[in-house]
Design a protein around this ligand. Sequence first.
Ligand code: AHG
Ligand code: MN
Ligand code: MN
Length: 354
Amino acid sequence: MDMQRSLNKAYSTSIESSRIAHSIGMTLDRFIKNNQNQFQYASGELSQLLRDIALASKVVNREVNKAGLIDIMGAAGTTNLGGDQQQKLDVLANIRFTRALAKGGEVCALVSEESESFVDLNNSGKYVIAIDPLDGSSNIDVNVSIGTIFSIYRRKSAPGTPIRQDDIMQKGLEQVAAGYILYGSSTMLVYTTGHGVHGFTYETGLGEYFLSHPDMQIPDDGRTYSINEGLANSFDDAVKNYIGFCKDSSYTARYIGSLVADFHRNLLKGGIYIYPATAKNAMGKLRLIYECNALAFLVEQAGGKASDGQRRILDIEPESLHQRTPFYVGSKNMVEKAETFNQLTIDSNGLQNG
Ligand code: AHG
Ligand code: MN
Ligand code: MN
């Protein structure tokens, strides 16, 4: 018997370490299933919801990959092969995610960048989702990385009753899961349920996400700053001074203009992303509910920091659906350093006023 057991063990070890066919690792589905009991409400619905998002993202990935072809096909006529009107990718992505989530039945309401008010999915789902279906609009048509951002909340009202304001307007701290999909040189899905941050890379041949970046940690420090410096004339002194500090420190500037892509690079390598108040947008450009909250949850789970320059993003009580907030996110020490410049400005204003 013992002999048989050790033969079995040797056999499975040799299968696992075979150099003829390398192990392909763990699929997203398997990972979600294995970790399901970590959720506070381990009913399986959140797992299914994450799978719905993953599936919709595969469809969007396919559309993103043929974006150039859509233009070519569109030039021949205004309809595609299916006879549908050609749509811009961000509208397409919104339809794909909304449809997948509506069919799944776990989500009762959806907040999207593409819809002025929230969408009531008219079911007894227990979750509310906020989504930026396609992030990086200026990069959609030019073959540069774009993304999808999502936040998931538990509804407050009882399933089956009408959706209430407090189901929708929850602060970031109440997220039960959040993540993004990056349609880049490879496609990745990165998510957290409050137990670390895990990254999965899409294998197109098999049509599956595989765990490639378990337990991601952002370095405490970095030497990369990401900000649209073309707008620098309209930044306040604190931000101008911080950029001066970055230059004096010979930091490297990297700005893709797709929040997801800029965030992802800084998550892996260390760095800071800032979208501050500008002359055009007194509260910055980015949206609290479906852009900043998800990335703030992720970065904190990875050991980093996210603030509006002073306050922790996850503590902000939302007042409107499409509310904007200045956004500082990335390596802990870099965000803290940038915040000291705001503090200096406040202190010196205080002195001047006092
Ligand atoms: P979206 O495409 O969802 O509207 O978001 C675009 C955002 C974000 O992805 C990016 O970081 C930022 O806009 C870039 O803005 P600027 O062109 O003003 O730098
Ligand atoms: Mn966006
Ligand atoms: Mn968008």
